[in-house]
Design a protein around this ligand. Structure first.
Ligand code: B4P
Length: 335
């Protein structure tokens, strides 16, 4: 009887633990509990506001075991988008995609568009991926005036961590919430849509996409931008212009893509992070993903946070190293 009681106690504990985990995930996703502070910072190179978010809680986010080439992992790594819990599942989008709430949301209502069947995150996007993202942007805009910012991280230098293909969606109004004072909130705009994107310290390519753009035209615009990014990386490395990058299969470069209702942007990436230097010493590394194209960065350590608050030029220095440097880029380079 005692054995049975212990077994029931254990099962009850596992049951509640699982539910607790799901519930905390759901609550975190809905309210964005991971963002503790948000401050707008002036970045002179962009002549505007760049927001910095501080989330020390994320520094302790559970990580998988480090890859060990000598002994392959005993179990397949966990894929959060293979069988999402019902508490995070939002809705199907067409036959091949669905929406799931981000379990580690920094901005409230951050959600994710994942492929139903596994597709590699490192492959060139298909027309159906872009169509599904566009459908989300359109549906959201009809319900809320702020619109959505969609981003995609591809490759080892892009900030991506999950290999199952997914495009992330952030409500613009929620990104504006919490900015210091009315002036900060009023001044902040999604970088991908700003005219001074061309003045960012890194190179990014953009095209205007009309509301009624066809699926084929949208995919063609993406491929044009992706290929320009591939050529920029090759030119930066001093490599001769090779063959055009294929329209499918493994991406030739790391990049971030951003999509809004009016703009599509591809930013080639050469490094995931840039050094934050204080008093001539590197105090931290600022890691950046596709949210950089919204005009925001996430900081996880106190040292990084303090260094960047004291001297926002550290942010510019980091931005200069994550991609193909803007300085001198147009000189003698034919894209
Ligand atoms: P990836 O493309 O693979 O990587 P990422 O967005 O850079 O996030 P990463 O996982 O590296 O986490 P980080 O600490 O840098 O996207 C994977 C996505 O799946 C992430 O959104 C992740 O949270 C989500 N996910 C993982 N496990 C999940 C699960 N079990 N169920 C549901 N979703 C799951 O960043 C932490 C979070 O902060 C990320 O969401 C990131 O996108 C976001 N973030 C980073 N910079 C930000 C900024 N400036 N503003 C707002 N949010 C920001």
């Amino acid at each position: 009887v005692m054995g049975l009681n212990l077994w029931m106690l254990l099962m009850t504990a596992i049951y509640f633990h699982t539910w607790f985990e799901k519930l905390t995930g759901l609550v975190a996703a809905m309210v964005g509990v991971y963002a503790v502070y948000v401050v707008p910072r002036f970045v002179p190179a962009l002549r505007g506001i760049f927001q910095l978010r501080f989330s020390p809680a994320l520094a302790n986010k559970p990580k998988g075991p480090p890859p060990d080439a000598a002994s392959p992992p005993a179990r397949k790594p966990f894929d959060p988008f293979a069988h999402p819990p019902r508490s995070l599942f939002v809705a199907d989008v067409g036959p091949a995609h669905y929406l799931v709430l981000n379990k580690f949301a920094v901005v409230p209502e951050h959600f994710i568009l994942a492929t139903r069947a596994f597709r590699p995150q490192t492959h060139v996007l298909e027309a159906a991926d872009l169509d599904a993202a566009r459908a989300c942007l359109g549906a959201y805009e009809a319900a809320d005036d702020g619109g959505l910012f969609a981003f995609f991280n591809c490759g080892e230098h892009s900030g991506a961590s999950q290999p199952h293909r997914h495009i992330q969606l952030l409500p613009v109004a929620r990104m504006r919430d919490g900015l210091d004072g009315d002036s900060g909130a009023a001044a902040w705009r999604v970088l991908a849509e700003r005219a001074d994107l061309d003045e960012a310290p890194f190179v990014a390519f953009s095209e205007t996409i009309g509301v009624g753009i066809s699926s084929a035209d949208l995919h063609a615009a993406y491929l044009r931008l992706y290929r320009r990014a591939c050529r920029a990386v090759a030119a930066h490395a001093g490599a001769p212009a090779g063959e055009e990058a294929p329209a499918e299969g493994e991406s030739q470069i790391s990049y971030n893509m951003a999509m809004t209702r009016s703009t599509l942007v591809v930013c080639p990436r050469l490094a995931e992070g840039g050094a934050v230097v204080k008093g001539g010493k590197e105090v931290a590394r600022l890691a950046l993903n596709g949210t950089v194209l919204a005009g925001t960065a996430l900081v996880k350590s106190e040292a990084e946070w303090e260094a960047l608050r004291e001297d926002p030029r550290g942010l510019e220095d980091a931005l200069r190293t994550i991609g193909v440097p803007r300085e001198g880029f147009n000189e003698g380079m034919k894209l």
